[in-house]
Design a binder for this molecule. Structure first.
Ligand code: GLU
Length: 288
């Protein structure tokens, strides 16, 4: 099968050195393996996504020397497909509506017990307040959550292959682990519709992505993505989570770190080769 990957930034701020690293690693892996590198705009958050960030991102990536087939897919265009997948989970009896705000979740959560995780990839693990509701009681403004205890009883839980340096190997999903460390996660948000986890799985499938290359910060969320693929009978890609680019204090770069925006380095006269050097990538294109 030909290697096919993507870089999928959310256009909610300027790209920084961390994005450059992720995009170049994915691009170079595809190039070295004779595969395809796609660009996708994960603009599902309609409030925070801005066309000017999209334009700037494409401009920066071109400047870095990266190329991809056009047209660039936009996540916001897939809303109907996302809805169909949520309906499928609903038909399977695996989801429920939830009216809890973030503050409700904090308040309803038990006092932390030693050794029991309180936070998962999406923050506070949901205490299950609305779990007994069914979709018949859905009201406008509700989010929709997956009942993970029920979901883990569907068929045999799958495994996924990771090729990144830190977590390399085969990882099997476990019902106990999913319930204890992830909990009932949101598949549809009250504000943006489909949540990131569902949207990313749907778009990766549609784009026939068979190797997901992205930062280590998303490794924990991968179990959610693999579980969704399993439930929705979608192919499970191979994953490659690469190291993160950090500032001098060891903190992961964030979009608000404008000082490290690629545009800033460009206007200061840096070359694409300087950027490769700064993030520890070989100046001649090569995968890590
Ligand atoms: N759009 C996500 C982000 O910017 C990345 C999605 C992914 O690579 O799975 O963090």
């Amino acid at each position: 099968m030909t290697f096919r990957t993507r870089f999928a930034p959310s256009p909610t701020g300027p790209l920084h050195l961390g994005h450059a690293f992720s995009a170049i690693v994915a691009h170079d892996m595809a190039q070295n393996l004779g595969g395809t590198f796609l660009l996708r705009m994960d603009d599902i958050d309609r409030v925070r996504s801005k066309p000017e960030f999209e334009k700037q991102a494409m401009d920066d990536l071109h400047w870095l020397g990266l190329r991809w087939p056009e047209p660039v897919r936009k996540q916001s265009r897939s809303a109907l497909h996302f809805k169909a997948l949520i309906d499928q989970l609903s038909y399977m009896g695996l989801v429920y509506p939830c009216s809890c705000s973030r503050a409700d979740v904090e308040q309803a959560s038990d006092a932390p017990q030693e050794g029991v995780p309180t936070h998962g990839p999406d923050g506070r693990i949901y205490p299950g307040t609305c779990r007994n509701r069914d979709m018949g009681s859905y009201e406008n403004g509700d989010a929709i959550r997956l009942n993970v205890a029920k979901a883990t009883k569907v068929g045999n839980l799958p495994s996924f292959t990771e090729t990144g340096p830190r977590f390399e190997g085969v990882h099997r999903l476990s019902a106990e682990d999913l319930q204890a460390t992830i909990g009932d996660f949101v598949v549809s948000r009250r504000d943006t519709g489909a949540a990131y986890h569902l949207a990313v799985v749907a778009d990766d499938t549609d784009q026939k992505i068979n190797h997901v290359v992205r930062g280590e910060d998303l490794f924990e969320a991968t179990r959610i993505h693999v579980l969704l693929c399993h439930l929705l009978e979608l192919p499970i890609p191979v994953y490659h989570h690469h190291r993160l680019i950090r500032d001098q204090n060891g903190k992961r770069l964030a979009k608000r770190d404008d000082a490290r925006a690629l545009a800033k380095y460009r206007s200061d006269g840096a070359t694409p080769q300087d950027i490769r050097r700064m993030i520890g990538l070989p100046v001649q294109s090569a995968a890590i």
